[in-house]
Write a protein that binds this ligand. Sequence first.
Ligand code: ATP
Ligand code: MG
Length: 249
Amino acid sequence: MIETVALNKSFNGVEVLKDINVIFKANEITCILGESGSGKSVFLQTLAALHEPDSGKIFINKENILQKSEEELLELRKKIGYLFQSSALFDFMNIYDNLAFPLRENTALSESEISKKIKEILQEVNLSGVEEKFPNELSGGMQKRASLARSVILQPQFLFCDEPTSGLDPEHARIIARLIAKISKVYKATTIITSHDIPNSLAIADRIVFIFDGQFTEVGAPSNLIENQDRRINSFLGPYAEVKKCMIE
Ligand SMILES: Nc1ncnc2c1ncn2[C@@H]1O[C@H](COP(=O)(O)OP(=O)(O)OP(=O)(O)O)[C@@H](O)[C@H]1O
Ligand SMILES: [Mg+2]
């Protein structure tokens, strides 16, 4: 479980996250929807202790991570799978070495065990056989799936996905969204996805949260959107506001 209490973060005097109080539960997929610049990436980065908030608390499994030492944070980050907004694969390594990296850094697995794990996870994300390829030899959608494979190879308890479907065509966006949902359920992870991809978010989320200008508005289950009258939410949903009923059902 992850909880934030009165979380605030600003850059150069500009408030980006404003008094965020939220709880994310295990085995639950929460999609945070919001427009560009609303603070989605900063929020995820702050949860992973990549930024220090100005004030507030962040509890992960009931421990306040802001009181942890650098070594303790390194241990904690091993439990977090982070799919970055830019796919963040290492350009100079082939896919095999990209995926082996977290295993070599964080486990005592032998090379044959590593190789077996890589084969399994590549199969899971429909990328069997790309081990020898370098990231620039893969399409954008394939790179996203390879990054997803790398972010879940340590079987994380917490899965943070920052805009996992942006830049993908509708079919590949659907594939990656469903893959995240499947992996997240298999690991019973606490999963947080930021996105402006409305249809795929509504399809896979257990819970929807909107972020407007650094502030959260909780909706709960996607089906609650059917009755929603919030002007900002309907404006964000745009044409989807009309068809949300059929998307959710
Ligand atoms: N490291 C940083 N230093 C200064 N300002 C930053 C930094 N990171 C983000 N910001 C600012 O914080 C605000 C929120 O940025 P953020 O990247 O979280 O938006 P976002 O919701 O993820 O947008 P997008 O949908 O385009 O990815 C923006 O105004 C951005 O300029
Ligand atoms: Mg972002």
